[in-house]
Design a protein around this ligand. Structure first.
Ligand code: ADP
Length: 340
């Protein structure tokens, strides 16, 4: 998987020092935050943990951060696991049996749970109970294990891939959206203060413009650009200016829209090898030597959002804007309708 898109990537060892610890430090997503605050307040007055929550939205927008804030507001522990690591029901039961009242249990990529594990989760979410079998074979003894009231927070980049029974067991569904440029600049400013990076305002705006409106990417870009500033000036407290930013982005092959070499290559392959599409993800994955999940979850959503690419029932198609972005003339003879 391309490093640019690695899901569980830490921005750096310093990541935890800049992760907002409370709502007041969390920039943007105003509606999501204000709803969450109301639900938390009501749950607190009822002396119950918050209802189970499903967060959806592209990676790097703050789902884990919000789950951690919820845990600290409920004064419980925060437990975290990624669904692909819950291979067997026993893996889940082990975590559930260790939960205490008011804990927050965060499952990332929850759409990737395997069915038997998902079924154990149903009864834990609904009845605070799980059935377990103590030993195998003839002497197998099924017993019921009580789980204290807890909050499950599920995060997914693909809410449509959740099964209906799982989706219905979440009392709260909240969708995170891309940030606007001002919000990204605010996030960068806060990080620069904490990391003691000196960065001129115009330089921050340029980083925000190329951040795909995603905090995780913006923060990582700030650190990489900082590397260029230090290396260029040979001093630790080098000031980041627009000149350094532009050169840094050129070196990293990140264009003015924030598209990486891989993104642009995908557009190019659709134009050149597949006459603009429609083309399925499988042939694209083969042509780009990237796995389908990377393309679907990390590469294409932002290009769809920018209207460079369309998802149709027959596959991916370049839009006119997509052709223009790679300086490629849309095939004139084609009967195909290219989207505006
Ligand atoms: P997700 O779980 O959606 O992939 P994370 O919660 O891990 O995203 O956030 C990625 C990074 O971006 C973290 O370092 C976090 O500190 C930062 N971040 C995300 N959202 C915000 C925000 N609204 N304000 C400040 N920092 C944020």
């Amino acid at each position: 998987m391309d490093m640019e898109y690695k899901e569980d990537e830490q921005i750096s060892g310093l990541d935890t020092s800049i992760r907002p610890a409370q709502f007041s430090e969390f920039v943007g997503q105003k509606e999501v935050v204000s709803n969450l605050q109301i639900y938390l307040k009501a749950a607190n007055i009822r002396s119950e943990p918050l209802d189970h929550i499903l967060f959806s939205g592209p990676p790097g927008l703050g789902k884990t951060t919000l789950a951690r804030i919820i845990a600290s507001m409920q004064k419980g522990e925060f437990r975290q696991v990624s669904a692909p690591n819950l291979k067997r029901t026993g893996d889940l039961v082990k975590i559930l049996s260790g939960l205490e009242k008011n804990d927050t249990f965060f499952i990332d990529e929850i759409h990737r749970l395997v069915t038997p594990v998902e079924e154990v989760l149903y009864s834990a979410m609904e009845d605070n109970q799980v059935d377990i079998t103590l030993s195998e074979g003839m002497g197998a003894m099924p017993i019921q294990l009580d789980i204290p009231p807890f909050t499950l927070v599920g995060a997914t980049t693909r809410p449509g891939s959740l099964t209906a029974p799982l989706r219905d067991r979440f009392g709260i569904h909240l969708r995170l959206d891309y940030y606007n440029e001002d919000e990204i600049v605010d996030i960068l400013k806060n990080a620069a203060v904490k990391w003691e990076i000196q960065c001129e305002h115009e330089a921050m705006i340029e980083i925000a413009k190329r951040s795909r409106k995603t905090p995780r990417i913006a923060l990582r870009l700030l650190r990489r650009i900082w590397d260029y500033a230090i290396a260029d000036n040979n001093i630790h407290n080098a000031v980041i200016n627009l000149y350094i930013v532009k050169n840094g982005f050129e070196a990293m092959q990140i264009d003015h829209l924030g598209l990486t070499a891989l993104d642009n290559k995908m557009l190019q392959i659709i134009a050149e090898n597949f006459k603009g599409g429609p083309v399925g993800l499988k042939p694209l994955s083969a042509a780009l030597s990237e796995d389908i999940i990377t393309l679907e979850d990390f590469v294409e959503p932002y290009m769809v959002r920018l209207n460079l690419l369309h998802r149709t029932s027959r596959g991916r198609m370049l839009t006119k804007k997509g052709f223009q972005h790679i300086n490629y003339a849309a095939p004139a003879t084609t009967q195909k309708l290219f989207y505006e």
